[in-house]
Ligand binder design. Sequence first.
Ligand code: TMP
Ligand code: ASP
Length: 250
Amino acid sequence: MTPDHGELLYEGKAKRVYASTQSDCVLVEFKNDATAFNAQKKAQLDDKGRLNCQISARLFEHLEAAGVPTHYVGLAADTWMLVKKVEIIPLEVVLRNIAAGSLCRETPITPGTPIDPALLDLYYKDDALGDPLLTQARVRLLAVVNDQRLSAIEQLARRVNALLLPFFRSIELQLVDFKLELGLTSSGELLLADEISPDTCRLWDCKTMNAEDRILDKDRFRQDLGGVMQAYGEVLKRVQASTCNPRNCM
Ligand code: TMP
Ligand code: ASP
């Protein structure tokens, strides 16, 4: 089912954004396109859009219930989400609880090393530049955001991590690392935006110790491990079965 929507405003690698009937909201359509390594690797994965849309919705609902300001308004269809209109801040904020991925390629840290407190890495959101890692000095130099806004972003990201860690633990998933994007409404409110899904998180199944079997996220696609949609389906099943709420699950 396709909800009533206005003109296409933006198309990214995994989503399309359309005008909605509410001037302060937009409709996001989650696509089945999968990309990795800055879109050098591409595929169509049947049902990915629905799985990521539904998983993101449940996670945004959990965060909203804990008082985290997000762009999420509600689901409009299986693969469609109504969200508040924001201007996306060109930063990708990555929180790392366990060493994996680029951190282990770029430093001598052994994969699987616990990181506590979580490492917060900032990347400049620019596909043409390949989303480069930033330093705080470079954030200042580029004037992406001012120091006050940066500190609000970091605080919000750490709060999200502190809420998602026990949420995923309660459904026997280890939140290894994840990427967040934030946006500003026309009145200047900072909101958590984009999506939170197996495309943007590393999630390991605590029910198995096998290093390949436990991967339930986009690393299955990146590393050609197969069973990508089965893994996302398992995440959705657990996320929907979760009874964790911010009061009983900290
Ligand atoms: P990394 O280890 O490749 O730096 O990725 C860290 C986390 O960020 C991981 O959970 C995947 C997510 N991520 C994205 O959501 N989008 C991206 O473009 C990249 C590179 C990583
Ligand atoms: N999201 C990025 C891409 O589409 C990279 C990744 O997730 O590995 O290429």
